[in-house]
Design a protein around this ligand. Structure first.
Ligand code: ADP
Ligand code: MG
Length: 244
């Protein structure tokens, strides 16, 4: 058992989620340290997206509590949780320019105009999307769209980013390019990231710690090397462990 994390950025306590009679998340516990990059890794259907959606507040949980930066957010609206989320499908507004896509949520939230402009300029610089700001999403490549989607989380100026398979719709070359960029983004921002994937390479290269999930349960939570060298059971070994 790993030592408890003092002042976790995200703390998930005894979280259960049922869809009807189906138990999808089973008394799950997870503490994420400030600035940590956690990857939720597991096969399709194991509950990764469901867990992320619970943290984001997009699903009501059946039991348990969720804390973000020490605050109990279990029953808070998504917008009040201090998180930014990036989905697999870019979820951009097709009729708006990139700039409008980035500013829309901020305008709704009543952020002053000059502050919005400042945040967009910073995000555009970090993600290298300055030349795209006046384009519509339909005029962008898949990789560019996903950058804009990340930008939309970035301008919200939050401490915790949630990513749900952000690279799965991209081809292999773009996937590895954006993987590197996400890593650099994390180095630069030093924020907390919870990143869902079923891709072992993404998990091994991005994570400070990997939570390997199966059937709504975290099987092992450890640094990539530890999981690779000392998988706790056959499932983890088969999914990610060393061939020995
Ligand atoms: P993953 O993201 O790991 O592929 P999900 O979290 O999407 O898995 O799904 C976990 C389980 O919950 C699956 O068995 C899925 O069929 C089920 N599930 C997901 N969303 C719903 C829903 N809205 N209603 C009923 N069952 C759902
Ligand atoms: Mg999923």
């Amino acid at each position: 058992m790993a030592a408890a994390i003092a002042n976790p950025s995200v703390s998930i306590q005894d979280l259960s989620l049922n869809f009807g009679v189906m138990s999808v998340l089973k008394t799950l516990n997870l503490d994420v340290a400030e600035g940590e990059f956690i990857v939720l890794l597991g096969p399709s259907g194991c509950g990764k997206s469901t867990l992320l959606n619970c943290i984001a507040g997009l699903l009501d949980i059946s039991e348990g509590r969720i804390f973000i930066k020490g605050k109990n957010v279990t029953w808070e609206e998504p917008k009040d949780r201090g998180i930014g989320m990036v989905f697999q499908s870019y979820a951009l507004y097709p009729q708006m320019t990139v700039e409008k896509n980035l500013s829309f949520g901020l305008r709704v939230a009543g952020v002053p105009k000059d502050e919005i402009a400042k945040r967009i300029a910073r995000a555009a610089e970090i993600l290298q999307i300055e030349p795209l700001l006046q384009r519509k999403p339909s005029a962008l490549s898949g990789g560019q769209r996903q950058r804009v989607a990340i930008g939309r989380a970035l301008v919200r100026d939050v401490d915790v980013f949630l990513f749900d398979e952000p690279l799965s719709n991209l081809d292999a070359k773009l996937r590895s390019e954006l993987r590197v960029e996400i890593k650099l983004l994390h180095r630069r921002l030093q924020n907390t990231m919870i990143y869902v994937t079923h891709d072992q390479i993404e998990a091994m290269t991005l994570a400070d710690r990997i939570a390997v999930m199966k059937g709504g349960v975290i099987q092992q939570l450890d640094a990539p090397q530890t999981i690779y060298n000392r998988p706790v059971n056959r499932f983890v070994a088969g999914f990610l462990g060393s061939p020995a």
